[in-house]
Design a protein around this ligand. Structure first.
Ligand code: 26M
Length: 823
């Protein structure tokens, strides 16, 4: 049955089928009728990968490495790439051919896609935008390299035991990852610890030598990032830490074999595991080492290939623009200074000029506890030379600041790169602001809040640095790939082309008035909900009704995201149904998903509460299955791809002024869900686009949150005044959902009643009102469908292509380079 085809890159049915059968036989060592799902997945993955290699090599050699093309460098400790096979098939434009090739062999493509273990190398939102922007850069044919860490274990796998979250290691590499190529010859060395020494070089100039106490090697692994229907395939270069020698011969010779192996293990620990915290910092030495490790690998790599291709180091900032994806890669700023000054012999002022022209800084948070800072002692111990450089930068920076604010000691103290109020800390966000030419937030509101609060004093010194780049999502993954049914309907109705120019979805608007189309829309939604219902039944043995409203809240579990507000709403609705069984109700299915940081106790308690409430409600036959609650375990990209398209109602209920942007909100809405949301992050801009009639707004605005807090917020009064809220909290406190341990949820309810940092209590009443508004619209199913159509039709702005174009126009200033693979 094997045909020898020499066309390893062809996109025809025959070429793909032959490639697949070849891999199955020669690489997996099996026959089609005996192949496991994993065999089939790996063979198809290799077949598709063959189609990427040449394009990738061409992009890298002919565009990225060329001396005169500007390259966008993206530095991020996290990338949420999602499953690769389906995405790469879509971007190569061969979905139908591959589907046919598989069908001809009696294989269902979806089950092949299901066999992939996704690279979960991120916590959430910030890693997702990193991946979307690489996709966007490739699709716009702009040469780019993403640099990051090849964690051996990605974000933990979540399961539940008795309703509590259990974490297991994510062994994503155990079957091998077919989408990477190891580049041993581009390894670099990284130093840690030790001390510095001032010496004179040959011409008598003073120069600093760093004598480290530890050295390790970084090995790059290149992952392909293909653009949509273009030849550009950019590179995501992920670094793995290795010991420099597999043996430390000295210790080996004195007989300390185990000591030598220990040392090897400890250097390789650096890239072992992703830290599962978002929005809060854990001041771990290993985390700082991870950050420095990948950043230094990245900058050395850039300098190396620039010099190899004949570039002049003084033009470094012409060749590269380096975007810092949040504060954690900020150590890149002193690292570039070190490379320029200590290794390349560039004078300080010139080096500082180059550095400031190289970096752009994106801020993804509004939570003060997420602003990274490192104790001066610790940073100085791990990176002694960088600590000196930071002090030197600070000295000059504060001189500049004093010119702007003479006699304002207080402002100078807040601007300083060093926090000296108690134990001394390096403020990484301040360093990022001082060392980059652009500072951007990720939605309008957040950028405004950065300018007026978080980075206020920087804004008054450098107003020209500040700009907004509202986040976007990749339409190829978040609509085409995950919602094939809707994609077909869109193609049939408005033609293709919208995938590359999402504004074209606008032409769907008139169809919202067309009954025939509305019926089709409803039918498609129903089928998608059926798919999810079936998955939920297979996984969890819970029967949910596809005719009920699918009301979905999926995201990291965090108090500011207020999953507990949703729970209080569910409990009060449950209570109402039980108290008034004869009234009519909208049948609803509440779906949750999300992981809690393993050390975040309140978040874990919220998970337990959701599961406990689900247990009681789903087993209460007196409510006639009117409401169901499902918590889908191990929320990740793959699961989310089933969830977003099936949603009727998207929950975006963070406390106003806390969610920088959100991107899940966009994924839902573009797939036709209506949003119930606060005036926060990108919700505001989504509502502006889709229209206030097609969005259920509720809750305090950011300035109202602030003034209520300032005037002395007392959450207990809401408990006293709102009966259904009181009853819901009492049910929890009386052990209704924890009969064996009445006080289980006390830490949570006490917090709500007496502290309530995120104003759940204050927003409850208005939230219930918005939910009732949603139920009213739901009861008129055509009106709901129309609003759903208008959501999809008006989401063009939130394509990551738009965001990337704005970054290119205002910050990166890099051009497209068309890749011709025949060159
Ligand atoms: C930093 C240092 C040490 C340990 C962990 C971190 C860290 C890791 C992830 C800090 C923050 C991390 O993620 C924050 C994040 O995902 N922020 C989200 O970014 C999205 C994309 O811009 C926004 O849409 C979300 O609103 C924002 O919460």
């Amino acid at each position: 049955f094997l045909k020898q085809h020499d066309d390893r890159i062809g996109l025809t049915l025959e070429a793909i089928k032959d490639g697949f059968l070849d891999y199955l036989f020669f690489n997996r060592g099996t026959y089609p009728d005996q192949a496991t799902d994993q065999d089939i997945y790996q063979a198809l993955a290799m077949t598709i990968r063959d189609r990427l290699v040449q394009r990738w090599l061409h992009t890298y050699k002919k565009a990225t490495m060329e001396k005169d093309t500007r390259v966008v460098i993206y530095l991020s400790a996290e990338y949420l790439m999602g499953p690769q096979l389906g995405h790469n098939i879509v971007n190569l434009g061969v979905r139908e051919v591959v589907e046919k090739a598989m069908n001809d062999l009696g294989i269902d493509l979806q089950s092949v896609l299901d066999a992939e273990v996704e690279p979960g190398l991120a916590n959430g939102g910030l890693g997702n935008v990193a991946a979307s922007y690489l996709d966007g850069l490739s699709s716009l044919e702009v040469p780019a390299i993403g640099y990051g860490i090849r964690y051996e274990f990605g974000l933990f796998r979540q399961s539940f035991s008795n309703g509590w979250q259990i974490e297991e290691t994510d062994k994503w590499l155990q079957f091998g990852f077919p989408w990477e190529i190891q580049q041993f010859d581009r390894a670099v060395e990284i130093k840690f610890g030790g001390s510095t020494q001032r010496v004179k070089d040959e011409s008598g100039n003073e120069k600093v030598n760093w004598i480290p106490s530890e050295e390790i090697k970084g090995i790059p692994y290149d992952v392909f990032v293909p653009g949509y229907k273009v030849n550009t395939v950019n590179t995501l270069r992920l670094w793995k830490a290795e010991a420099i020698d597999s043996f430390n011969f000295q210790s080996f010779n004195v007989g300390d074999y185990y000591g030598a192996v220990d040392k090897k293990v400890s250097s390789e620990n650096i890239t072992k595991v992703l830290y599962p915290n978002d929005e809060s910092i854990e001041g771990k030495i290993l985390r700082l080492k991870q950050q420095y490790f990948f950043v230094s690998c990245a900058l050395q790599d850039c300098v190396n290939f620039f010099l190899e291709s004949g570039g002049n180091i003084l033009d470094f900032h012409e060749k590269f623009v380096v975007q810092l994806n949040d504060t954690h890669p900020t150590i890149a700023i002193p690292e570039l200074m070190r490379i320029l000054v200590d290794e390349q012999g560039v004078a300080w002022d010139e080096a500082w000029h180059i550095t400031q022209k190289t970096f752009g800084y994106t801020q993804h948070t509004l939570l003060p506890e997420a602003l990274e800072k490192w104790p001066v002692g610790l940073l100085g111990q791990i990176l002694p030379r960088h600590m000196e450089i930071i002090y030197d930068i600070n000295y000059k920076f504060l001189n500049l600041a004093r010119e702007h604010f003479p006699n304002h000691q207080e402002i100078i103290r807040t601007l300083s790169l060093i926090d000296e109020t108690g134990e001394k800390y390096v403020r990484m966000a301040n360093l990022a602001c001082a060392g980059s030419f652009s500072i951007n937030g990720v939605a309008n509101l957040q950028t405004e809040l950065l300018k007026s609060y978080t980075l206020k004093d920087f804004y008054s010194i450098f107003p020209e640095k500040f700009n907004n780049k509202t986040n976007g999502i990749a339409p190829r993954r978040w609509l085409m790939l995950i919602n094939n049914r809707l994609t077909q309907l869109l193609d049939d109705t408005i033609g293709t082309g919208w995938e590359k120019d999402l504004d074209q979805l606008k032409s769907l608007e008139p169809f919202a008035e067309n009954q025939d189309f509305v019926n089709k829309w409803k039918a498609v939604k129903k089928e998608i909900k059926n798919d999810l219902a079936q998955r939920i039944f297979e996984q969890q043995r819970v029967k949910v009704d596809p005719n009920s409203m699918f009301d979905i809240l999926v995201k990291r579990i965090h108090e500011y995201k207020r999953q507990h507000l949703k729970v209080l709403h569910i409990i009060s609705l449950y209570r109402k149904i039980k108290d008034n069984p004869n009234e009519s109700y909208v049948p609803r299915t509440f779906i949750f998903g999300g992981k809690a940081a393993p050390g975040y106790r309140m978040a874990k308690l919220i998970i337990k509460l959701i599961n406990s409430v689900a247990e009681v409600i789903n087993n209460d036959s007196s409510i006639n299955d009117l409401i169901k609650v499902v918590f889908i375990p191990n929320y990740n990209v793959r699961n989310s791809q089933w969830i977003y398209p099936a949603a009727d109602l998207s929950e975006q209920i963070s406390t106003a002024g806390k969610e920088a942007s959100g991107t899940g909100n966009m994924k839902f809405s573009v797939n036709g869900a209506l949003t119930v949301g606060t005036y926060d992050g990108a919700n505001i801009e989504i509502r502006e686009e889709v229209g206030s009639d097609n969005f259920f707004l509720f809750g305090l605005k950011a300035d109202e949150v602030k003034s209520l807090k300032e005037s002395g917020y007392n959450p207990y009064t809401y408990y006293q005044e709102n009966e259904s809220l009181r009853k819901a909290i009492d049910m929890i406190n009386h052990g209704y959902f924890s009969p064996n341990e009445r006080d289980l949820f006390r830490p949570l309810t006490d917090h709500l009643l007496y502290y309530d940092e995120y104003m759940v209590m204050a927003d409850f009443t208005d939230y219930v009102r918005a939910q009732e508004e949603a139920e009213q619209l739901w009861s008129q199913s055509d009106a709901w469908a129309k609003a759903s159509i208008l959501n999809t039709a008006r989401m063009g702005k939130f394509s990551s292509d738009r965001t990337v174009r704005e970054y290119l126009r205002d910050i990166w200033k890099a051009d497209a380079v068309e890749i011709n693979i025949k060159d």
